[in-house]
Design a protein around this ligand. Sequence first.
Ligand code: HEC
Ligand SMILES: [Cu+2]
Length: 313
Amino acid sequence: MTDRADSTLGVFGAQSSLLPAGEGAAAALGLTNAMTLGGAAIFVIVMAFVWLAWRRQTGGRTWWILGGGVVFPLVVLALLFVASTGVLRAVAGGREDAALTIEVTGHQFWWDVVYDPGGLAIRDANEVVMPVGVPVRIVLKSEDVIHSFWVPKVAGKMDMIPGRVNETVMTATEAGRFRGQCAEFCGLSHPLMAFEMVAVPPDHFRAFLEDLQGDAADVAGPAARGREVFLEAGCAACHAVRGVAEGARLGPDLTRVGGRAALGAGMWPMNEGSLAGWIADVQDMKPGANMPSYAHLSGPDLRALAQWLGSLR
Ligand code: HEC
Ligand SMILES: [Cu+2]
């Protein structure tokens, strides 16, 4: 999962809803286009009538008033109703044929991701990997406040509400990395709560899941010291690394943290430098995050820790 796609925003970017790469987003774009063109046409017609009225070419005939003021709006609204109901079905429907379930839980300010909850229940964080062309049931929850799960290139957004379970189905129609963003104000660092949805061919997805099930790769050399620092500094109180420290869920699962394209929920490029900066001064990078800054770690320890985390993939 390396080689990060160009994450520029804008019309051609990884977060553009104008170049859809998913069924829900394509349906929403169709409706947007129809409404934009229809609205423009109606604007032109209304302006034509204004011009006629100004030139006093129409009388106050009841027929015009009933036709333009009642019948025409009713027809337009009825058409819109039918079209948007169809789009709603495309965005939310198809629940029965979803072969795979991914559960995403929002936290201030990161995403807990569980593949096949109830079955394999493999935990990861801050990246949602899914097979291309396969409808995936996305189960959405929150642990604290309301968040909203939105990948504009793939589908419409859906809220994550504490105490409630929301479900949607998303189908990516193209392989690629698509940027997602929390779309409901959730606190100080809400704008720093992004993620990536990674759509891969189905056989790659199976390989990814198999890889993910294993324990974190063990390392030798100077990075092995990083593992000791991780345990000594108490990181394991909040973070799990399978095979090293299990169970903690207050922070993202770090079993393959070095394999994620981005650090800090889709925000910074993943490398040893940004990892060291994060650990030493997370409160500066992401104000209000539920992790303390570790400014007191010695230089060599910090370096070893960053190196070890970077090697987990
Ligand atoms: C009190 C709980 C807590 C402790 C202790 C803690 N963390 Fe965290 N950590 C978090 C939370 C919460 C986040 C998510 C922050 C965010 O993005 O809002 C996080 C995020 C991270 C990330 C980014 C993960 C990603 O997917 O981008 C790394 C790396 C990390 N922590 C490493 C460490 C290390 C190393 C230590 C020990 C020196 C540590 N943490 C101690 C709670 C904790
Ligand atoms: Cu949020």
